[in-house]
Design a protein around this ligand. Sequence first.
Ligand code: SF4
Ligand code: SF4
Length: 341
Amino acid sequence: MTKAQFKKFTDYLIKNNQVIAPQYDVEEILHLNELNNSADLYLGTELPLDSWKFYMLPHDQKMFEYQGDKLKETLPKIDKQVFLGVSILDMQALTLLNQVYEKDAYYQDIKKKTIVIGTSLVPKDGFNKFFEVFEENKLEHLQFDIFLAVQKDNYKIFTGSNDGQRLLDKFSAKGGSTSGGGYKKYQHIEYAGPIREEGLDQRMVDIKDAMQNNHKDKIWQDLGKRCIECGKCTIACPVCFCFRMYDQADLDQDKGRRSRCWDSCFYNEFTQVAGVTPKSPKHRFMTKTAEKIYFWYEHHFVRTPESFSMPGCVGCGRCTRTCPADIDITQTIQDILKKKE
Ligand code: SF4
Ligand code: SF4
């Protein structure tokens, strides 16, 4: 697809859908926002500060309302949305969320209404990118609808779903880039699951092995002295997926609602458990900051790979960018690996 055709395609998407895309704000910070003008679209190697999970897994979500003994499920009210310009790193993050929330009706409802259009662009600096170099055989292990392999003067187009193919067909049929009959110059890729032919990601395996039984290591004590438990890394991370539930009852009637919102293992309530004894009115696991930060890394680098055979970190560096204590995940990973040598 030429760049001129791509502009028409973007205009077409904007006209017919809510399009979310990276754009610079007035302070020159790259954010995800609704795209109203194709000229504002940023397609480059920089990653937006916020991640796509904001739109796939809303921060605060009502799940059902009740009145007496009757429940009314409240699925999210969103129209068709298009994520345009998803870096291949963030595509990896969305693929993981798709596995984690595979049986979650609320997530799946939004997923059904979402078209993911990825790009081969990845940040030039940073650490530990599991997808440092774009190779076409990586695409069969990612879930997406349309993919733009960025070339010098144009985009090589791949589709990963029927929805993606239908969208390209309709675009042309409605006065898009070709003389009717749909935009057909794409290659279709069938999703083959998260594990590549050569086996599990070796870097993921190395870090996982290095973290075995190292929870008492000085690394965590040192980080525990610096971390202020703000939870920003969790909010920024495209693959942190924990949430908590809360109920709100109306006082005057027998009705109320249950909602869920993002949570962080750095917050005290995260590990608070029910059960009251005179000695322990509200018992909590993980009371020390060092324990919490270890738990956070263990979730990304041990438990997620064990549960989903995928890295629980895509190397986007958002946690480092947002940490007020300057805790750098690149450095931590290097320290963990060094200890193991
Ligand atoms: S680099 Fe940090 S923010 Fe990005 S995926 Fe890994 S843990 Fe999450
Ligand atoms: S952003 Fe930094 S200081 Fe805040 S909880 Fe995460 S590691 Fe700790």
